[in-house]
Structures are given as C-alpha cells and as structure tokens.
Design a protein around this ligand. Structure first.
Ligand SMILES: Cc1cc2nc3c(=O)[nH]c(=O)nc-3n(C[C@H](O)[C@H](O)[C@H](O)COP(=O)(O)O)c2cc1C
Length: 206
C-alpha cells in the first residue's frame, strides 16, 4: 500500500479476518487503535468503556482457556483465531451511564433503566470497537470481532480481574492477515444487502 489509505477504502476493505501470520503486531499500532477507540462518540460523553489488551502468549492462552471447553477439539475457526497475536476485550459499564445520567445536567436521578431506549453502554463500546477494526485495516492489519459465549463471560471476568461494573461486549482478534483469511464467516454464504434494500426514504417502503 502506497501512502495513506482513503477512508472509503478502509471501510470497504474491512472484513473479518479469522487467521493471522506469525509476524508480531507493532505496539504503536495497537496503541493507535486504542486511542482511536477513545474518540468514539458516547452518550453524555460517559465514556463508560474499558479495553482489556492481551498481547502476551500466556495471557492469550488464558483467554482461550476461559472461553473454550477444555474437552473440545479445536475446530478450524478456533485454530485460525488462536493465531492472533493480539486480542482486545472491549467492556462496557452500565453503572457508568446510570451514574453519568444521574448528574445534574441529565437529571435521571432515579437511575431507571426503562429510560434508556437501547443500552447506550453497549452501543458506545461497539462504536469504539468498530474504530479499532477500521484502524487495523488502515494499518494494514486484519481483525475479527466475535462474541464470547454467555456461559464463559464470568470466567473471562474472573481470569482477568474485570470489575463487576464492566461487562465484555465481545472480543477482537488483531494480527497480520494471511492470504487465506481463515474460516469464512456468515458473509461467505450470504450476500451483502444492497443499500436499496435497507434504505427507506421519506417513509418505510416494503
Ligand atoms: C456483534 C457481532 C458478533 C459477531 N460474532 C462473531 C463470532 O462469534 N464469530 C465470528 O467468526 N464472527 C463474528 N462476527 C463477524 C460477522 O460474522 C461478520 O461481521 C459478518 O459475517 C459480515 O462479514 P464482514 O465483517 O467480513 O464484512 C460478529 C460480528 C458482529 C458485529
């Protein structure tokens, strides 16, 4: 890649990559991705997010041990994902939002969760996660956001001392992409929807 990438190319090139080669990732690149994450918008500028960064082999092993059944034979997905030299666990804090919106300028002192049209804590952290994924592409890396099985979340929190007030919204693998991007995800069997199918101008059209 010569020179900086156009934003539109970054967006279009972003695909989830599920296998990486053994080149290490420059720490400065990870730091840039994390700095970009903190530029995500957040409701009330709550910034109720936290990012667990794992880039030591032993820590990565602990993550996979916490999320995978020990008796389970690793499938192609897991073998590919385990090649990632860096893993980031974006966490959201509902408590931070309830506290922020109980402040005087917002005034939701009852901290009633029914006030929230959608869980802004997850929404904002997901926006931050997207900035990490886009930064990876901009830096010539690949990444994949994936869900942590609900029954494994407690083990992840316990293993890495994540406070009770923070919850992982998923995890992101990062690394240098290989020509073979690893196990294809759902995008291999489903076409991307055309904007005409999903955009409704003026009123919802069926
Ligand atoms: C909230 C969320 C959860 C996802 N969970 C997984 C997952 O558990 N495993 C996986 O391989 N991909 C996961 N993906 C990636 C999607 O499969 C992928 O984004 C989709 O198929 C579109 O492909 P693309 O991102 O390469 O364009 C997830 C994506 C999102 C946004």
């Amino acid at each position: 890649m010569l020179g900086p990438m156009e934003f539109r190319d970054v967006v279009r090139r972003r695909r989830m990559i599920r296998r990486y080669d053994d080149r290490p990732v420059d720490r400065a690149v990870v730091d840039r991705a994390l700095a970009h994450a903190t530029h995500a918008p957040s409701a009330g500028f709550s910034q109720g997010w936290g990012f667990l960064v794992l880039d030591e082999p032993a820590d990565l092993d602990r993550f996979w041990a916490a999320t995978v059944d020990p008796g389970e034979e690793p499938d192609a997905w897991l073998r590919g994902m385990r090649t990632a030299p860096v893993l980031i666990v974006p966490c959201s804090s509902k408590a931070a939002y309830l506290a922020r919106y109980a402040e005087q300028d917002k005034g939701w002192t009852d901290r009633d969760e029914a006030r929230w049209p959608v869980p802004f804590w997850h929404l904002d952290t997901a926006m931050a996660a997207l900035l990490i994924l886009l930064t990876a592409v901009d830096e010539g890396l690949g990444g994949c956001f994936f869900g942590i099985p609900p029954e494994r979340v407690a083990a992840v929190k316990h293993t890495f001392d994540i406070p009770v007030t923070f919850d992982p919204i998923g995890a992101i693998t990062l690394g240098h992409r290989v020509p073979d991007p690893g196990t294809p995800g759902s995008a291999a069997t489903r076409p991307r929807k055309d904007p005409a199918e999903v955009v409704h101008r003026g009123r919802w059209t069926h």
